[in-house]
Structures are given as structure tokens and as C-alpha cells.
Design a protein around this ligand. Structure first.
Ligand code: GDP
Length: 696
């Protein structure tokens, strides 16, 4: 287990995450010729799409092996690196969160010219939340304008990280040739830009000696300060050995005290090997991170699972993906015990038994069948039926539910309409498959119009899904404009009768019920209480009534948005010996509910976003003024370096094209991050507009 590194590369779009991942896969051997991926499969489509958009959205795990090669590396054996891909766009927050949940360490890739960009800050903060130890790789040192030290300053100021410079660049821009490893006092110079380019290990270039000594001393002091033993030596003027320093740096990195920083150019194939050594040397193994925590099923009692093969089996499913060759794959991280192919495991989240078909290690270009996976490993399972993202799989005799992955409800939706009859069928399959893979993507049908709505976390999120539907499932569809996902609720209690009686010769219809409804707290959802006594309605008709209520909740009475946060009580009704049927009671339930809602002060709710804007001080007034004009509420401001951070709550409806607006207001110097916060009532005048729009 000490020879496993579960890591993810986290970065701003375009910083070079894909290129760096490709190089890592190449240098770790189990790889393909760069860019040479076999045609025609899903994976290929995926990559095409990512390339075109210049973003990475996959979140699966790729297994590779690396044996540290450079002088004075702490370890010399073959280490398994499980590379978990993380997306860089905020619309895919759920993807980032779920990968951060299962990885042990991260590599933050930065653009050496751009420095720390907004998304780097966002993912950095997410990684802080999950306490993920990190390295930084300052990429694109070959690019015009690349500035290593300015980027270091940026990391310190914007991310508040204590940087430990490990590899100084030799030259910059088109003169970038390689790096100097500070602790080892060695230079690595690559002969050419090709993927397979050899490097030469040599002495520190003459003209860099002073600079190297300066940063090397700083580094030694920094590391020594984190370790009492070394600090004593340092103060006595004795230089610790490189090995001692690396061990201390490993401990300091895992304790989030220091962030080792490397530099290079992935595109020009320079600097990636030292980074790989750094991953093995300084990022934690599964043994170095705290045990997994959870609760026993149906109780609040806490339970922990240590990374120990002798403990009962426990794993977390973090990604479902459809593989063109083997079908549905469930990626899991094993936290304790062992998992064997062909065995039965217990899905504690859903109270279901599951059979493990095959176990696979996913490499860059092939998959390897394995018979067993142990604690600390990340594997893909073939054959699971009911397991969804975030579920816990465990030993039936020692059940536990690990802390799940939290997903926010979708806040934006759009209408989607198949172009032809043939597309209609395919679209159903495609949408359900895609929503299975992505828990933040939801499908709804508007019962009145028959229209299909898809809902997600942001405009880009939905755009990508529609695109995948076209490419992978060959469905042609027309899509509407993105709409804010409003909801409806009630403000006071009310009651109503629902009567559905038809008697016109032969067998009639008879359903009749009385409902009371009252508002619940925000996000409490829905509760159904049956308080029928004395059999005024026979038992078998109760659940049809509830079904009718649930269906009616999908389309509210004001503007057709789903109703939420309501308690419904069924308290009376009547039936007919011959004419009563499930259908009649379902309709009666639905009618009663709708008329009760009409009397209970229905209102529209809108999603409110938590917005965090980072801006130079001079634009603060304008940014705050703009937030206020958007019905926003400033929660507070703070300062970091010479930038101000504004936190606010703003309705999503006011935030369309916010990126462009903010850019032009601040000459492109401000950045923002937003995520859904909660739902609030829509003010009256705006509600009127929404209602008019819906009825037109
Ligand atoms: P991602 O969006 O973070 O996955 O970034 P990509 O790896 O797709 O890279 C974004 C762009 O930057 C592409 O055009 C790459 O060719 C380019 N790029 C990546 N690494 C480097 C580098 O080291 N130097 C230069 N000059 N460009 C790079």
C-alpha cells in the first residue's frame, strides 16, 4: 500500500492538464504514442470533444507505474500511480468534488505566463476543503512571457501557499532548456523538444550558481523549520543530508505545511520526469492519509475504516462510465479489506446485494483484468447493477455507509426535442445513460406539453451533454435556450377535496379524497401522511392517491415549475364498491392537491448563487454596485495581497453572461467563482414577469 499514489491533476482550463497527463502516461511507459488513439470508440469521441473545446471533463482513473530515476530520489522501486482526471471548469464542480474525495494527493498545473487563474483558485480551495496535499507544476516555461518567479509570488499571494521551490527553470521562453534540481545541485537539460528527447544530468550552469545557492539555502531553511531535529542542525550550521531534507519535506507536504514546486514545459517534453519523482517522493500513499469515516446503516453511530487488508471490505463508488468494449464500469476506491472478482458485496447505501463481475485496472490504452483489489487501490468493476455514484460497497457482515459525495440540485434547464421519430427513441436511451453517469444531470418531462427538459449545473454543463448525445448516441435534437430552474411552494396551510366521479352506463369511475397541506422548511422536500381511520378509503387506494399528488407536484399551479417543501396529509374520503379504481383515486388525489395548493398562497422560488469575486481594489466599488443592481446581497469583503475578495448572494436569473460583464467592468482583471446556495422566494414584480413569459 505504501507503493500506491492516488493523485489528480487539478488546474485552470488551458493550463496544460491534458498535455501533462499525456506526458505522464507516456513517460510511465504503459502508454501510447502521443496522439495515437484508436479510432471510432467512445473514448475517442470524448477526447475529440475535449480537444475541440480545450477542456477536460473525464474523471476516470488511469493506472501507471513509475520508478524514480533521478539522483537522491527517496524511493527506488516501482510505484503505482493512479491518475484520476479532474475537470477544470466550475460547471463541473461535482466532478471535481467527487475526484477530490477519492484521491490522496494533487498536482496543480499552472500556466507560467498567466500565473494563478481564477479556476486554479477555485480548485485550490476545493482541494483545501478535502485536505489534499499538493505539488505545483509551473508549466509552459517555453511560452512567450513565461515568468517563473512571478508565478511563485502569485501562488504565495493568491493561494496563500508556502512554496518550496524544487526545480528552477534554465532559461525561459524559446530559450527554455531544462531545470536545476535545487537540493541535488544538478541540472537536467533536454536535447530537443520531442516526446522521447533524452536529458543529460549535469552540473549547475556557471551563470546560475549564485541564484541556485540563494534558493537552495532558502529551501533548506524552509524545510528545516518544519522539523525540530533538522532545525537544531540548521541553527548549528550543519547542513542536513538530501535524504533527511526530502523525508522532512515529505512530512511537511502531507501536513499541508509546504507545497513543492516544479517547473517545465509539457508541450516541449521538459521537466515532467522530475515531477514524477516528486509525486512518488512527496505525495501521500493511502497509508499516510486519515482513515475513511462513515456511519452504520440506519443509525448515527460513527465508524472508521483503516487502510488495512485485514479490516472488512469497504469501498466508495465515485464514477460510473460507459465503456465501448465492456459496458458499464463502476470506478471504486477501496478503503479497507480486499475485493475479489466473482464475489458478492453489499451496497449499504441502497441495501442491495451486488455481484462483482470482473475487476479491471484501466491503463492508458488497455485494460488489465485482475482477480483482487486491496485497500488503497482504485479499480473499475464490471457487472454492478444498482450501484450509483457516491454509494458505499462493503462486507455484508460489517456494513457501513461512508460519507457520501454531496451533489447540489440542478439550477438551470433547457427544453430538448428530438428531430425525428427515430431520434426520439434513441434520445430516451441516451439521456438515461448520461444521467446514470452524472448525478447532477436530471431529465424531466413536462406532462402538459410532453416536452423533455434536461437540467444541470450550468450552461456549459448542458451544452456538453447535448454534444455527447449527438456524438456518442447519434441523436439529433433541437434545444431551447437555457432557463433558470425555478420551483414553486406554498406559504400557508390549506385543504381541499378531490372528487373524480363518472357514471355513464356500464362501469363508472369513483375516486374521492380530502387533503390538508402545509408548508415545510426550505429544502425539506415532501412528506406524505396518511391519517385515514375507519376505512373511509380502502388501503389499496392510498398509494394511488399519493401517486396522483406526486405527479401534480411536478408541475406547479403558478407557472408549471415543480412544487417543493410541502407536507400533504390525506385525512378523509369515500369510495364506491364497484366503480372505485386506482386510476380514479389517482386523479382525485391530483385534483385535491392542485386545488389545495391554489388556496395556500403559492409562490415561485428561485436559485440563489453564492458568488465570490476577486478583484483589484480599484474596481471594488463598481463590482459591489453591480452586485446590488442584480438584486444581490454582499455578505462581506476581505483582502489578500492587493486584491479584494467580495462574497455575495445573487439570484441566478441575474447572472447570465456574468463572466463577460465582469470582464468588461474590470478590464479583465477580476475573476469569480459561483456555486448554487439555496432557493428564495422571487419578488412579486419579477414573479409576474416569469408568469407572463410562461403563459406566452
Ligand atoms: P488543459 O485544458 O489544461 O487540459 O490544457 P491542454 O493540455 O489542452 O493545453 C492547452 C493548450 O496549451 C494547448 O494548446 C496546448 O498545446 C498548450 N500547452 C500545453 N502545455 C504547454 C507548454 O508546456 N507550453 C506551451 N507553449 N503550450 C502548452
Amino acid at each position: 500500500m505504501d507503493k500506491i499514489r492516488n493523485i489528480g491533476i487539478i488546474a485552470h482550463i488551458d493550463a496544460g492538464k491534458t498535455t501533462t497527463s499525456e506526458r505522464i502516461l507516456f513517460y510511465t511507459g504503459k502508454s501510447y504514442k502521443i496522439g495515437d488513439i484508436d479510432d471510432g470508440n467512445t473514448q475517442m469521441d470524448w477526447m475529440e470533444q475535449e480537444k475541440e473545446r480545450g477542456i477536460t471533463i473525464m474523471s476516470a482513473a488511469t493506472t501507471t507505474f513509475w520508478t524514480p530515476k533521478l539522483p537522491d530520489s527517496l524511493y527506488k522501486d516501482s510505484y503505482r500511480i493512479n491518475l484520476i482526471d479532474t475537470p477544470g471548469h466550475v460547471d463541473f464542480t461535482a466532478e471535481v468534488e467527487r475526484s477530490l474525495r477519492v484521491l490522496d494527493g494533487g498536482v496543480t498545473v499552472l500556466d507560467g505566463e498567466e500565473g494563478v487563474q481564477s479556476q486554479s483558485e477555485t480548485v485550490w480551495r476545493q482541494a483545501d476543503k478535502y485536505k489534499v496535499p499538493r505539488l505545483c507544476f509551473i508549466n509552459k516555461m517555453d511560452k512567450l512571457g513565461a515568468d517563473f518567479h512571478a508565478t511563485i509570488k502569485d501562488i504565495q499571494e493568491k493561494l496563500g501557499a508556502h512554496t518550496a521551490i524544487m526545480a528552477l527553470p534554465i532559461g525561459a521562453e524559446n530559450m527554455f532548456k531544462g531545470v536545476v534540481l535545487l537540493l541535488e545541485r544538478k541540472s537536467l537539460i533536454w536535447e530537443g523538444d520531442e516526446t522521447g528527447a533524452k536529458y543529460t544530468l549535469g552540473e549547475v550552469p556557471e551563470d546560475m550558481k549564485d541564484e541556485v545557492e540563494k534558493y537552495r539555502n532558502e529551501l533548506i531553511e524552509q524545510i528545516s523549520e518544519t522539523d525540530d531535529g533538522l532545525l537544531g542542525k540548521f541553527l548549528e550550521g550543519v547542513e542536513p543530508t538530501v535524504k533527511e531534507l526530502k523525508l522532512a519535506l515529505r512530512a511537511a507536504t502531507i501536513a499541508y505545511k509546504l507545497v513543492p514546486v516544479y517547473s517545465g514545459s509539457s508541450l516541449r517534453n521538459k521537466g515532467v520526469q522530475p515531477l514524477l519523482d516528486g509525486i512518488v517522493d512527496f505525495l501521500p500513499s493511502p497509508l499516510d492519509v486519515p482513515p475513511a469515516e462513515g456511519t452504520l446503516p440506519n443509525s448515527d453511530e460513527k465508524a472508521v475504516r483503516h487502510p488495512d487488508i485485514k479490516e472488512p471490505f469497504t469501498a466508495l463508488a465515485f464514477k460510473i462510465q460507459t465503456d465501448p468494449h465492456v459496458g458499464k464500469l463502476t470506478y471504486v476506491r477501496v478503503y479497507s479489506g480486499t475485493l475479489a472478482s466473482g464475489s458478492y458485496v453489499y451496497n449499504a447505501t441502497r441495501d442491495k446485494q451486488e455481484r462483482i463481475g470482473r475487476l479491471l485496472l484501466m491503463h492508458a490504452n488497455d485494460r488489465e483484468e485482475i482477480s483482487e483489489a486491496i485497500a488503497g487501490e482504485i479499480v473499475a468493476i464490471v457487472g454492478l447493477k444498482d450501484t450509483k455514484t457516491g454509494d458505499t460497497l462493503c462486507d455484508k457482515d460489517h456494513p457501513v455507509i461512508l460519507e457520501g459525495i454531496e451533489f447540489t440540485e440542478p439550477v438551470i434547464s433547457l427544453a430538448i426535442e428530438p428531430k425525428t421519430k427515430a431520434d426520439q427513441e434513441k434520445m430516451g436511451v441516451a439521456l438515461s445513460r448520461l444521467s446514470e453517469e452524472d448525478p447532477t444531470f436530471k431529465i424531466k418531462t413536462n406532462h402538459e406539453t410532453g416536452q423533455t427538459l434536461i437540467a444541470g449545473m450550468g450552461e456549459l454543463h448542458l451544452e456538453i451533454l447535448v454534444d455527447r448525445m449527438k456524438r456518442e448516441f447519434k441523436v439529433e435534437a433541437n434545444v431551447g435556450n437555457p432557463q433558470v430552474a425555478y420551483k414553486e411552494t406554498i406559504t400557508v396551510a390549506g385543504s381541499a377535496e378531490g372528487k373524480y366521479i363518472r357514471q355513464s352506463g356500464g362501469r363508472g369511475q369513483y375516486g374521492h379524497c380530502f387533503l390538508r397541506i402545509k408548508p415545510l422548511g426550505r429544502s425539506e422536500g415532501y412528506k406524505f401522511i396518511n391519517s385515514i381511520v375507519g376505512g373511509s378509503i380502502p388501503k389499496e387506494f392510498i398509494s394511488p392517491i399519493e401517486k396522483g399528488v406526486k405527479e401534480a407536484m411536478e408541475n406547479g399551479v403558478i407557472a408549471g415549475y415543480p412544487l417543493v417543501d410541502i407536507e400533504v396529509e390525506l385525512y378523509d374520503g369515500s369510495y364506491h364498491e364497484v366503480d372505485s379504481s386506482e386510476v380514479a383515486f389517482k386523479i382525485a388525489g391530483s385534483m385535491a392537491f392542485q386545488s389545495a395548493v391554489k388556496q395556500s398562497g403559492p409562490i415561485i422560488l428561485e436559485p440563489i448563487m453564492k458568488l465570490e469575486i476577486t478583484t483589484p481594489e480599484e474596481f471594488m466599488g463598481d463590482v459591489i454596485g453591480d452586485v446590488s443592481s442584480k438584486r444581490g446581497q454582499v455578505l462581506g469583503t476581505s483582502q489578500r495581497g492587493n486584491v479584494r475578495i467580495i462574497q455575495a448572494l445573487v439570484p441566478l436569473a441575474e447572472l447570465s453572461r456574468y463572466a463577460t460583464i465582469l470582464r468588461s467592468m474590470t478590464q479583465g482583471r477580476a475573476s469569480f467563482y459561483m456555486e448554487p446556495s439555496h432557493y428564495d422566494p422571487v419578488p412579486g414584480n419579477i414573479a409576474d414577469k416569469i408568469i407572463n413569459k410562461e403563459s406566452n
